[in-house]
Write a protein that binds this ligand. Sequence first.
Ligand code: CA
Length: 148
Amino acid sequence: MRARVLIVEDEIEIAELISLYLKREGIEVTQVESGEDGLQKLEKEAFDLAVLDINLPGIDGFEFLQAARKKSAIPVVIVSARDTDEDMVLGLGIGADDFVTKPFSPKVLAARVRAHLRRFLDSQASAKKFIRFGPFNLDLEGYALQKE
Ligand code: CA
């Protein structure tokens, strides 16, 4: 799977560990250590998923997520030592797709990332093959126009 993942994590060892497991899956990884850097990256480059820590220097993961959601619909997997119900409800409520608590199994995290990527990339691909307007469906691959 050729996909690009942004890791926003200030603990380098954890970022490296996640990175290692994702690279094994053939995923391209970019690491940043703050939410501000993460937002800049999102602005300039295309990613298919973000792995996000909550306790960060500067803006925290929740603030990053709120800002990121204004311009990006990519899946976001939170990986955090904060494991209260409130943190999870807040994270998922403002747009995270998954919440993994530290300590975590990098193997299981990589599997979750892969699952989210698969769904996201599939939905992107099918959205590209068809253009809908009113009752019409234009199939770009079959060069067919259908009326519903
Ligand atoms: Ca942290």
